[in-house]
Design a protein around this ligand. Structure first.
Ligand SMILES: C[S@@+](CC[C@H](N)C(=O)[O-])C[C@H]1O[C@@H](n2cnc3c(N)ncnc32)[C@H](O)[C@@H]1O
Length: 226
């Protein structure tokens, strides 16, 4: 794990090639390639569903899963949250840390796969996964890691593009069966959880960026009771 937020410092620095990535190098490489195709992949704006859902929450410790180029993490830090952001792509994380430094915010940037990051159980008041592209495994490791990270009383916010989970396999190699979708998360909530939001709604799309063509979101928000 890389903790780039030095105590007392509002800055963060980019991961260097010597930083130890915790995870499958093939997953990192795949995302690094995607990010390297453009100088900026996403819009640079926080996701609309995050902004809407966080509005009623008291800032605390938040984990941003698959933080990409850092717009959500930086927005959260600017709104009083103590932010940890985990990301597999070194290319994305370098951009995120640079944007964080430019914005003068403190974010703990972690270069790892969610399942390998070994976050302390129940250590976040909010776990936010915005279009997270988590790989599905038979033991539901990613889903369980998301659930385990939420503290009692805390919230899991899982947002995805509506309809993508039912797309036929794309020629480019994208197969929805490879990924974790909101319905899979919802199926894992037991009596310790209450679902507060589970709906499809028009996406408040940031201007620009590679995801601008998506129209609707599926928003799943659940609170851990104990
Ligand atoms: C579709 S992008 C969304 C990025 C960002 N959340 C946003 O909304 O702009 C998915 C991100 O998840 C990252 N990612 C994929 N698998 C991951 C994993 N297992 N752990 C952490 N990050 C992961 C990718 O590198 C990519 O940056």
């Amino acid at each position: 794990m890389i903790d780039n937020a030095a105590a007392g410092s509002p800055t963060s620095h980019a991961p260097s090639p010597t930083d130890a990535f915790l995870g499958d190098p093939a997953v990192q490489e795949q995302w690094d390639r995607r990010y390297a195709e453009r100088e900026q992949l996403w819009s640079g704006q926080p996701n609309g569903a995050l902004v809407a859902e966080v509005a009623g929450l008291t800032p605390g410790r938040v984990l941003d899963v698959g933080c990409g180029e850092g717009a959500d993490a930086i927005w959260l830090a600017n709104h009083g949250w103590d932010v940890t952001a985990v990301e597999v792509s070194a290319v994305a994380l370098e951009r995120a840390t640079r944007h964080g430094r430019d914005a003068g915010v403190t974010v703990r940037w972690v270069h790892a796969e969610l399942t390998e990051a070994a976050f302390a159980p129940a250590s976040f008041d909010l776990v936010s996964a915005q279009y997270p592209a988590l790989l599905r495994t038979s033991d539901a490791a990613a889903e369980r890691a998301l659930l385990a990270a939420v503290a009692p009383g805390g919230v899991l916010l899982f947002v995805h593009h509506a309809g993508v989970d039912t797309h036929p396999q794309h020629d480019g190699g994208f197969d929805p069966a490879d990924f974790v979708w909101p319905a899979m998360m919802a199926a894992l909530f037991d009596d310790d959880w209450v679902v507060e939001v589970d709906e499809q709604r028009p996406r408040v799309a940031p201007v620009g960026g590679a995801g601008a063509h998506h129209v609707d979101d599926v928003v799943l928000r659940a609170r851990r009771l104990r």
